[in-house]
Design a protein around this ligand. Sequence first.
Ligand code: GAR
Length: 197
Amino acid sequence: MSKRVAILISGGGSNMEALVRSMTGDHPARPVLVLSNVAGVGGLARAEALGVPNVVVDHTQFGKNRAAFESEVDHALRAARPDIICLAGFMRILTPGFISGWAGQILNIHPSLLPRHKGLNTHARALEAGDAAHGCSVHEVTAELDDGPILGQAAMPVQPGDTPDTLAKRLLPMEHALYTRVLQRFASGNRELLRMP
Ligand code: GAR
């Protein structure tokens, strides 16, 4: 039986598209839902074009009531019965209460070599820190932000003249390659650390 995968997005959805396109043939998983917390984003059109059911749970409709937003997300996910939830550019912090309901089932891609540069603006912070290498990490999501067990990392050298934009642009295809490989392994029950290249 294939594993069922839900993907949470907030924007362009290039990681989501890479994940969806990877789940064919003898891949152990299949996409069942794309959920965005922002209406009208490019990722929703991509999901639609890829034929993946998609839904919006607009966090702005819930004001400061994070519990109500998460309850609605949880409801939409439960209806899709995912085995695995991939955060792919999902820019809302999920509370421990939500995460505990899906313990061991949520993956995230983060644009830094964790544990360096948790949180936002990772490319700028890697440059400010004078890092010789930058990269991305796929990790299991636990209650602490960007902190769960690391399942995969892809690294690249920082080059003279790099800006946050050039780093982001060079890293994105590496994110796609890393996330697709880690998801395939994770769906087959392999949680060993994968290092790329
Ligand atoms: C990616 O670079 C991803 O690593 C990052 O957002 C981008 C989404 O791009 N995620 C985070 O910063 C999470 N804190 P995409 O929508 O094209 O996949």
